[in-house]
Design a protein around this ligand. Structure first.
Ligand code: F6R
Length: 600
């Protein structure tokens, strides 16, 4: 949520900052701004809307070699130009961008800033005003910055400019991601290495509550109390082409097309020298030693977690609970004696999940993070990490990361079962390869899926997705995809549950998508379809080869009954995509959302 960039070097900062912000737009896109400093002072450009809108507001004649930038996902204050970052102190000496939430901003404002007329409704402005207050009291900028940080509670990634300092970006972070990139004769700041890959692939990881001075030719890292830290940069293993759309109209379409390759990559990454599926020995031991697994996740990752529970229980015989991360803090269940917590998160930065991780680490429990982002907060702070190897996912709606989560969960459950001597009657490696082919068939069926979107959703106000057993969990995900990118009200339901109330909503023409991939409940779900059709629903049955019947709208290739979620989700993703396109929605950047949800 919110993206930050900074540049201190010899080139004109404006273009580098704008390009960087374009790469961070997935983190928020309701307003954006940059501030650059030259001999004449600091100039701020900001605009409501996208980076493209900001570009038109930037004056080409202003040149500067140091600057900061921000793309916003509003938390405090409506998305408008006034609340867009950067924010400035009363005299204009200090300029700040911030990602995160300052929980005690109101108290700080009352205690220290009574005489200051605030310019915005944001929590951020309090920080920049405090820095100026303490500087006016005689502290140096870095002292004023440190003193301010010692007072604020909450999450922040910050980059600050001082009009009177031509060579420093003052940087700090707590609970929000931030990296410093190093180059030859320049240094940069970014929420995500992707943003500054244009100039460097060398990055220094920052830890919470460190204070960092980013000069043109050196980076000084210190603790909050001023102790110096020496930390070497790492190479960001990102390929610039991974983060380009290429010839695709949308990242989401590209990422859906990448799904067969992602499953094949996972098979490859998790095969040992003998070609057998394998995971790190320490992780395997942790999984085997646990008497119960607690999966913690949000949104799409939560839906993958529900499927993961089935894998661990059915294949490995380990009991599992799945919890929504934002609820877990208030609702800690009675824990077993030897729990292992599994955090599923594509971004590795989700604040709701992180607060659970912090809590369970305080309680002394082990944690495994399954994520797509190596080095992300949840990966660093857990004991173990399993990577998704899905490659960067830029579209806000998660597709390939979800498929990767399901595949990695299946693999972890399978390897655990194998090593505990469980009787397993299938070869997962082979079945995953078959599933990858099944996904390929689905992504190759775009014309048919576009037609389905047209036939069922063109004028729909709402839609239902139903399924039983594993199909139910995929229905939840299908409904989430449709609502987040097309804004059609959609619900996923267990087929048997509709008649207990929700069937009241079915009327003439209501679209109902029914998944039929689970043999043992195929007749039951078909019975549920009959119930809704009898009440006027426009039913679209998506069945699996071997279970199909005349009149089914789409038949997916046959895959192992436990792996159907890898394939059944793909038509639902594509139907949502085309429904959103027909409605002229911004597929990659749906309204009100952001890719990485770093506020609780
Ligand atoms: C929806 C989507 C979200 C995320 C959720 C958790 O397409 O992507 O529902 O799954 O915000 O994010 P992560 O997985 O990064 O923890």
């Amino acid at each position: 949520m919110c993206g930050i960039v900074g540049y201190n070097g010899a080139l004109d900062a404006k273009e580098i900052l704008l390009k960087g912000l374009e790469k961070l737009e997935y983190r928020g896109y309701d307003s954006a701004g940059i501030a650059v400093r030259n001999e004449e002072g600091v100039t701020v450009f900001k605009e409501k809307g996208r980076i493209a809108d900001l570009r038109t507001a930037v004056d080409d004649d202003v040149t500067a070699t140091i600057g900061i930038g921000h793309t916003r996902w509003a938390t405090h204050g409506v998305p408008n130009k006034l609340n867009a970052h950067p924010h400035q102190s009363a005299s204009g000496r200090f300029t700040l961008v911030h990602n995160g939430v300052i929980e005690n901003y109101h108290l700080l404002q009352k205690a220290y800033l009574k005489g200051i007329q605030m310019q915005s409704d944001t929590d951020t402005e309090v920080i920049v005003q405090l820095v100026e207050l303490f500087a006016n009291e005689g502290l140096t900028t870095v002292e004023a910055f440190r003193k301010t940080l010692s007072l604020v509670h909450g999450s922040y990634a910050l980059a600050l400019l001082d009009k009177e300092d031509e060579d420093t970006i003052f940087v700090a972070k707590n609970k929000s991601p931030l990296l410093v990139g190093v180059g030859d004769g320049f240094n940069v700041v970014a929420s995500d290495a992707m943003a500054m890959l244009q100039v460097t692939d060398q990055y220094i990881e920052l830890r919470d509550k460190e204070v960092v001075l980013v000069h043109r030719d050196r980076v000084e890292i210190t603790t909050l109390d001023g102790r110096e830290i020496d930390r070497k940069p790492f190479k960001a293993e990102l390929d610039a082409s991974d983060i380009e759309k290429g010839t695709y109209p949308h990242y989401m379409l590209k990422e859906m097309d990448e799904q067969p390759g992602v499953v094949r990559k996972i098979i490859q990454e998790y095969s040992d020298v003998n070609g057998e599926l394998a995971i790190d020995e320490n992780i395997l031991t942790a999984l085997k030693e646990a008497d119960r697994l607690y999966i913690i996740a949000a949104g799409t990752s939560y839906h993958a977690g529900l499927i993961g529970k089935q894998f661990f229980e059915k294949i490995a015989g380990i009991p599992v609970e799945v919890h929504i991360s934002s609820e877990f803090g208030y609702n800690v269940p009675l824990l077993s004696e030897k729990p292992l917590f599994i955090f599923i998160t594509q971004s590795g930065e989700t604040a709701d999940s992180r607060q659970v991780l912090v809590k369970i680490k305080e309680m002394g429990y082990p944690a495994l993070t399954i994520t797509n982002v190596p080095g992300s907060t949840l990966s660093r702070e857990a004991d173990y990490t399993l990577l998704l190897h899905a490659g960067p996912e830029i579209a806000v709606a998660s597709t390939k990361a979800y498929v990767a989560q399901v595949a990695v969960l299946a693999l972890a459950a399978y390897v655990t079962a194998q090593s505990t001597g469980k009787d397993i009657d299938f070869d997962l490696k082979q079945e995953l390869a078959i599933a990858a082919n099944g996904i390929q068939t689905m992504v190759d069926s775009k014309d048919e899926l576009e037609q389905i979107a047209e036939d069922y959703l063109k004028i729909a106000r709402n839609a239902f997705f139903i399924g039983r057993n594993l199909d139910y969990y995929v229905s939840l995900e299908g409904a989430l995809k449709l609502k987040e990118i097309s804004y059609i009200q959609a619900e996923g339901f267990a087929g048997g549950e509709l008649k207990h109330g929700t069937i009241a909503l079915i009327e003439e023409g209501t679209p109902v998508f029914a998944l039929v991939s689970q043999e043992q409940v195929a007749l039951n779900i078909r019975g549920n379809v009959k119930e809704v059709v009898a009440r006027g629903a426009n039913a679209c049955i998506i069945s699996m080869e071997g279970l199909e019947e005349e009149g089914d709208r789409l038949v997916i290739p046959k895959v192992h009954s436990l792996l159907t979620p890898l394939v059944t989700v793909v038509p639902l993703q594509l139907i949502s995509y085309y429904a959103a396109l027909h409605r002229r929605c911004d597929v990659d950047k749906p309204r009100n959302l952001a890719k990485s949800v770093t506020v609780e």
